[in-house]
Ligand binder design. Structure first.
Ligand SMILES: Cc1cc2nc3c(=O)[nH]c(=O)nc-3n(C[C@H](O)[C@H](O)[C@H](O)COP(=O)(O)O)c2cc1C
Length: 382
């Protein structure tokens, strides 16, 4: 199949990746209500078609946190994404750099910060989870400063894990033991291409940033055990103030869905927010990001740069998020499907598809610049 859309890339990734890995990427928490809402609520927003406006010169470029980017799309932090292709985060980071959009490296990436920095000419964003081991968190922030990361994305919606049934069924999580490992092994054996390219040559089982703290071989089992012991349900606003005191550059808090929380973050001096429900992987039943967005823009849009993510599956969806006040949009699964299907070339193609779709959406709603996109392009159900 020659992929023409993000849903085609999803199908290709489903064929190419071992079952447990595809399910890990594709799934959400519990009954996946919020996962579906993210997509459905975006699709439900109708766009107003405008005509005869000379849309021959379209400019998608935008500025975020003092840097000009080719378009208002950033690649969201995705843990263990480097398992989807050989040294996957390097491939995706290069694709983002060549396209001119920010790439955000997850705390729980396969490739460590230093390896990504070495592969790039320009700075990337780093995402931080706060775990019990605050000294180690301080070290990670220090390394991001030393490597000149251009933004720190502090994810706050994971004080506990939302259960992911698909991971339990596939053998990725659940009671540890030989049975679970054998199930995964059988799935890998059905994908010899992935096993050779990624499994053998990619060292995908070692999570680079966590290497200093993981015990044992540093593999998935060690990681799951460490995360289980280190998630910190005590995390609170003082921790955000602490991170703010350590990080001198743009600080973006990710995982905000309520205006009151947005105001509290703004009061602590953060620079941006990502309106996000973690791609429907945490509180199932939470509002879709696109429905939460307008209240947050109304509350703090004049003080902070508001980004949003969740359910964006086309350039049309990017335009819909921008129309509701987001200054930029993160995409998660779309780039991971592409990475799993075709490596870095797939990610570059997905970014081209998003840009092409954005251009058409802007042209047919009569917008020639990002700044012209506003709620006026949305049809209110008539
Ligand atoms: C497989 C997977 C792993 C993720 N890992 C992280 C992570 O390590 N850190 C984080 O802040 N968000 C993580 N997220 C959430 C994404 O950053 C983003 O919020 C979400 O994917 C957006 O929704 P979308 O996939 O519908 O675009 C993850 C999402 C997925 C799908």
């Amino acid at each position: 199949m020659h992929p023409a859309s993000i849903s085609d890339y999803r199908e290709l990734a489903r064929r190419r990746l071992p079952h447990f890995l595809f399910e890990y990427v594709d799934g959400g928490s519990y009954a996946e209500v919020t996962l579906r809402r993210n997509v459905a609520d975006l699709e439900a927003l109708s766009l107003r078609q405008r005509v005869l406006r000379d849309i021959s010169q379209l400019d998608l470029s935008t500025e975020l946190f003092g840097t000009r980017y080719a378009m208002p799309i950033a690649l969201a932090p995705v843990g263990m994404a480097g398992m989807c292709a050989r040294r996957g985060e390097i491939q995706v980071a290069r694709a983002a750099e060549q396209t001119g959009v920010p790439f955000c490296l997850s705390t729980v990436s396969v490739c460590p910060q230093a390896e990504v920095a070495q592969a790039l000419a320009r700075p990337f964003w780093f995402q931080l989870y706060i775990m019990r081991d605050r000294e180690f968190m301080r070290d990670l922030i220090g390394e991001a400063i030393a490597l000149k990361c251009s933004a720190l994305v502090f994810t706050v919606d994971l004080p506990v894990f939302g259960a992911r049934y698909r991971d339990m069924r596939s053998g990725l999580s659940g009671a540890p033991g030989l049975g679970r490992s054998l199930r995964r092994f059988a799935q890998i054996a059905r994908h010899p291409g992935w096993a050779w390219d990624v499994g053998v040559h990619g060292r995908p089982h070692q999570l680079g940033n966590l290497a200093p703290v993981l015990e044992g071989s540093g593999g998935i089992e060690d990681y799951i055990g460490w995360i289980g012991r280190n998630l910190d349900p005590a995390i609170n606003w003082k921790d955000l103030a602490w991170v703010r005191s350590l990080w001198p550059g743009p600080l973006i808090v990710k995982g905000i869905l309520e205006a009151d929380d947005a105001r509290a973050a703004a009061d602590l001096g953060v620079d941006g927010l990502v309106v996000s429900n973690h791609g429907g992987r945490q509180l199932d039943g939470a509002l879709s990001a696109v429905r939460a967005l307008p209240d947050i823009v109304a509350a703090v849009g004049d003080r902070l740069t508001i980004l949003a993510d969740g359910g964006v599956r086309s350039g049309l969806d990017v335009v819909r998020m921008l129309a509701l006040g987001a200054r930029g949009v993160l995409v998660g699964r779309p780039w991971v499907y592409a990475l799993g299907a075709r490596g870095g070339a797939g990610v570059t193609h997905v970014l081209e598809l998003l840009a092409a779709e954005m251009r058409v959406a802007m042209a047919l709603t009569g917008c020639t610049k990002i700044a012209e996109i506003n709620t006026g392009i949305l049809a209110h159900d008539r």
